[in-house]
Write a protein that binds this ligand. Structure first.
Ligand SMILES: C[S@@+](CC[C@H](N)C(=O)[O-])C[C@H]1O[C@@H](n2cnc3c(N)ncnc32)[C@H](O)[C@@H]1O
Length: 104
């Protein structure tokens, strides 16, 4: 499940998923501050190039934590002058999620 508050971004995400043959990826309009999901819905949350745009990043993290299952993982990727920061690292995230394909 992917979210953004702009339709144009969802269209791009759907296209990218189609190109990669990801048939189980779904996307919907939502605000990160008010996610339309019950508590403890997900094992993993990932935000890409988003947190640097938020006025209330801590509030967003609290909301992400609400929808994560206990022990769930949140990963953030943001650009900086020298490139991108990704925490936790791909290796740690992939190991934790027991996946290899997405994080190659
Ligand atoms: C630089 S774009 C990155 C888009 C996409 N994540 C990517 O990596 O290509 C930042 C995105 O953050 C979204 N955004 C900003 N504030 C948001 C919020 N409160 N809830 C959901 N999306 C938000 C904007 O709509 C915009 O599409």
């Amino acid at each position: 499940m992917g979210i953004d508050r702009e339709h144009s971004q969802l269209a791009l995400a759907r296209e990218a998923a189609r190109d990669r043959g990801l048939a189980n990826a779904t996307f919907q309009i939502a605000s990160l501050y008010e996610l339309p999901f019950p508590n403890a819905s997900f094992d993993f949350a990932f935000a890409h190039a988003l947190f640097e745009h938020l006025k209330e990043p801590l509030q967003a993290l609290v909301e992400i934590r609400r929808v994560l299952k206990p022990g769930g993982l949140v990963a953030l990727r943001s650009p900086d002058w020298a490139g991108f920061f990704l925490l936790p690292t791909r290796r740690i995230a992939a190991k934790r999620l027991n996946i290899t394909k997405v994080f190659k």
